[in-house]
Design a binder for this molecule. Sequence first.
Ligand code: EPU
Length: 421
Amino acid sequence: MQDKLVIHGGRPLRGEVAISGGKNAAVAIIPAALLAHTPCTIENLPDIEDVHVLIDMLRWLGAGVDFRNNVMEVDPTTVDKYDPPEELCNCMRASYYLAPVLAGLFGRAEVPLPGGCNIGARPIDQTIKGMQALGAEVKVERGVLFVSAESLHGAEIYLDMPSVGATVNTMLMAVNASGNSVIYNGAKEPHVVDLANFLNSMGARIKGAGTDMIRIVGGRPLHGSNYAVIPDQIETGTMMLAAAATGGNVTITGAIPTHMEALSAKLLEMGVFVGDEDDRIIIRSDGNLRAVNVKTQVYPGFPTDLQQPMASLLTIASGSSTITETIYESRFRYVEELKRMGADIRVFGRTAVIDGVDRLIGAPVTATDLRAGAAMIVAALIAQGTTEISGLGYIMRGYEDIDKKLRGLGASVERIYGDER
Ligand code: EPU
């Protein structure tokens, strides 16, 4: 029997909850630490499965890694391999951030690419284009990304779309290239900016991260630094949605409110109170929610990673809402699970039409991917009765102590371990 979350729904969330460090920032910053000539200390890392996989990966490559109390010490000086193993790379998409790093260190990298994904095709053509422009030879054979980078030079790279992965990989390679580079149409997500800030703290010179033109001065020696990762934008959003959905009154601490503007605007439109002060966001709702239309977009638009838990909230809003997914071709698999709980949702291509119902009813459901897991949690918190969520492995990849945090807000959430049943 696999691990499950068992949630008895219907209790308004109340109290304070602290946000952990950002997953998508962490998975870029940890590999980047290998580029330093001296050890790094990275603080505010989330204690999640993806971070543990990266620790195994760094140790396998020869690095010294110590991780406790959300702080990681990385000693990159002993790294002596450029070909991480398939069984670790397969566990997470971001393992390919090691390719530009290892190619920068060794002139070559061989990184197995993760296989199929539950949210649709995730091509890497823009990463390949960026690396090739910088002088690397790149090929994908038998599912492995081979990079040969004997001499890297600065370049101007125009990305066809503002891809997070391509922007990260190009930036990680450009810091090792001789001469200046410019990335046009780069991703502006907070985690891309956080990676640039981390690299700058190591001695790199990157300007313009957070805009669509990023300038990189290459070839500067990089040293270890002490750096704290930004709070997780998506965990913050998930908590905001859970608070609003349960008619709660929650103060979210350790967040960056400006990262949440697209969601805050939608919640206000739905009739939810959203306030903020410094690193705190206050969500209050009386449970009377109005339908809205949502379209996912790159930052600062509405994040695709909040599309699923937003859908759970909309299932009980009065009226008819729509969600249009523009980033991924197939990110509505969780809809069938919500329907098992009584949601009224119809999907037409990339648009889901959600007609609000009076209530959801608890049911056994499965998290089909990480953010689908967040959708199941929000739905379970609203639902009458008991919901058992399986597929917990996905949720634990990205949410630190989600069960404990929700219990701290008064929810009835129990984590059942497979071997306990
Ligand atoms: N795309 C291409 N070619 C490329 C790269 C991307 O066509 O070379 C397309 C993809 O197919 C996709 C879109 O562009 O349709 C967005 O891809 P992007 O490269 O921006 O996404 P990513 O780097 O693979 C990161 C996050 C995702 C998040 C997306 C969008 C990390 C580790 N992952 O993925 O996070 O959904 O950006 O914001 O940063 C999650 O946390 O649950 C998650 C999936």
